[in-house]
Write a protein that binds this ligand. Structure first.
Ligand code: ARG
Length: 491
């Protein structure tokens, strides 16, 4: 395959170097974005008087034919291709279709501004689902039911659901369960020690809120990525009279990059995406860890569906939470993607350097990882069984010790002192080998005359959670308010 830059070369590229240099094995995935960008570029250079109308139409028709050909069977299109990158591939196929006029398409353009544009288009579609292509309408299937594009060089499937909608579905699943199971109480933990009773729904929503912040961050970074680099040339700008505002409008970009040197070297939007992915990985892994613990026999609060568990090859009794363990493990990989890119970017001299080609694999890897991870998390969440009786049994009296201290506060004892008095009651109950609530009133009053018989009302977990009715608390009304607020944000 002859490269796009052969003119000044007398010698051949070493095959090893060709393989090392080639990005087609991974950037083939930019084909749709690349063609979209080229169609808009053909229109832009026509407007600048660099093409006749007929040439523009030939080029655009040719590009659309290449698009159709790839869309029909991406595997067949790419499996034997030996081009340097997706840009060379598309140009070659275009030339094979329409002949020499294809050679006019690259006028005023460099692969540097081209690839920066492609990646932004790709990211926009993958993150918030705003694409440019006709196939968009078809791209709303459930990633669990189908894989629309077979990846030629990998065994994984490229999913077509936006990450935002996958995340939205996960949050909605958490809100649905929180609503349906609002009556269920469980121990809340700090330091992994039983602390105070909370609603199971409150725990579910605690993770949903983190995921909702992730949605906000995604929208935010998508806004910053929404800027057109095309028309920056290789580094110094475009020498032809290109209407970049019109080009941006054609491609659906909100803004035009203000500096060509910056435009071709800026990968901040990729780094932001990878940070987003890494932090979402952290959130998912913390969520998974809670459920892994709670699915252990020792806790027994939840049971994973068979559909999301696997067995042991040796121990017949085992049912392992592999789905959750993988969810937890993926965080490491997502962090690697982020750190890899930041390290690539650090210290690069101005404008484009080939190092920047290393932006793609971490980007695709993180997007693919989450495209699979999010629906799995949703599936686990929707299908697990909870055991409210086990949760109830774990709600020992000691989880209500704070409530007893609060009762003393209501009787006028300063909190610092009431905390200490209840601590002594706990100690006394331990010494007598009885539960806190079984400690006779006389024992309590020996510790402090402020204890009275009415305070036995605190031995009620339902009452305890219902007292936490301030905004953000675990009382039924406060939890309902969270669900309503979250649902508003999901609309
Ligand atoms: N495959 C290249 C990349 O992903 C495209 C840009 C090549 N530019 C260049 N000046 N060689 O970065």
């Amino acid at each position: 395959m002859s490269p796009l830059w052969g003119g000044r070369f007398a010698g051949q590229t070493d095959p090893l170097m060709a393989r090392f240099n080639a990005s087609l094995p991974f950037d083939w995935r930019l084909w749709d974005a690349d063609i979209t960008g080229s169609v808009a570029w053909a229109a832009a250079i026509r407007r600048a008087g660099l093409l006749t109308e007929d040439e523009r139409d030939q080029i655009i028709r040719g590009l659309e034919a290449v698009r159709d050909e790839i869309a029909a069977d991406p595997h067949a299109a790419f499996v034997d291709a030996a081009d340097e990158d997706i840009h060379s591939f598309v140009e070659r196929r275009l030339t094979e279709r329409i002949g020499a006029v294809a050679g006019k398409l690259h006028t005023g353009r460099s692969r540097n501004d081209q690839v920066a544009t492609d990646v932004r288009l790709w990211l926009r579609e993958r993150t918030i689902g705003r694409g440019q292509t006709r196939t968009n309408a078809e791209k709303n299937e459930n990633p669990r039911s189908s894989a629309s594009v077979r990846v030629p060089f990998l065994s994984t499937a490229e999913t077509t659901v936006s990450l935002d909608s996958a995340l939205t579905d996960l949050i909605r699943a958490a809100a649905d369960r929180a609503e349906a199971e609002i009556a269920v109480l469980m121990p809340g933990y700090t330091h992994l020690q039983p602390a105070q009773p909370v609603r199971w729904s409150h725990w579910l929503l605690s993770h949903a809120w983190a995921w909702q912040r992730d949605r906000g961050r995604l929208a935010d970074l998508a806004r910053r990525a929404d800027m057109l680099p095309l028309g920056s040339g290789a580094l110094a700008g475009c020498p032809f009279v290109i209407d970049r505002a019109a080009l941006a409008a054609d491609l659906g970009f909100a803004a035009v990059s203000p500096n060509s040197l910056d435009a071709v070297s800026d990968r901040d939007f990729v780094a932001e995406f990878l940070f987003w992915a890494a932090l979402l990985g952290v959130h998912l892994s913390r969520w998974a860890e809670d459920l892994i613990l709670w699915s252990s026999r020792e806790f027994g609060f939840v049971t994973l569906a068979d559909a999301y568990s696997t067995g042991s090859s040796l121990m017949p009794q085992k049912k392992n939470p592999d789905s959750l363990e993988l969810l937890r493990g993926k965080a490491g990989r997502l962090h690697g993607d982020l750190v890899g890119l930041l390290t690539t970017l650090k210290g690069l001299p101005s404008a484009y350097n080939k190092d920047l080609q290393e932006d793609k694999e971490p980007l695709f890897d993180a997007a693919d990882t989450l495209a699979l991870t999010l629906p799995v998390a949703q599936g686990v969440l929707e299908t697990l069984t909870i055991h409210p009786n086990r949760m109830q049994a774990a709600l020992g009296d000691e989880l209500l010790a704070t409530d007893l201290a609060d009762a003393l506060v209501r009787a006028g004892v300063p909190f610092r002192q009431s905390h200490h008095l209840v601590g002594r009651a706990v100690q006394r109950a331990e010494a007598l080998g009885c539960a806190l609530r079984a400690l006779p009133l006389a024992e309590l009053q020996a510790i402090s005359p402020h204890f009275d018989a009415e305070m036995t009302a605190v031995w009620d977990c339902e009452r305890s959670v219902e007292q936490r009715a301030a905004i953000g608390g675990t009382a039924r009304l406060a939890v309902r308010a969270q669900i309503a607020a979250l649902r508003d944000l999901l609309r």
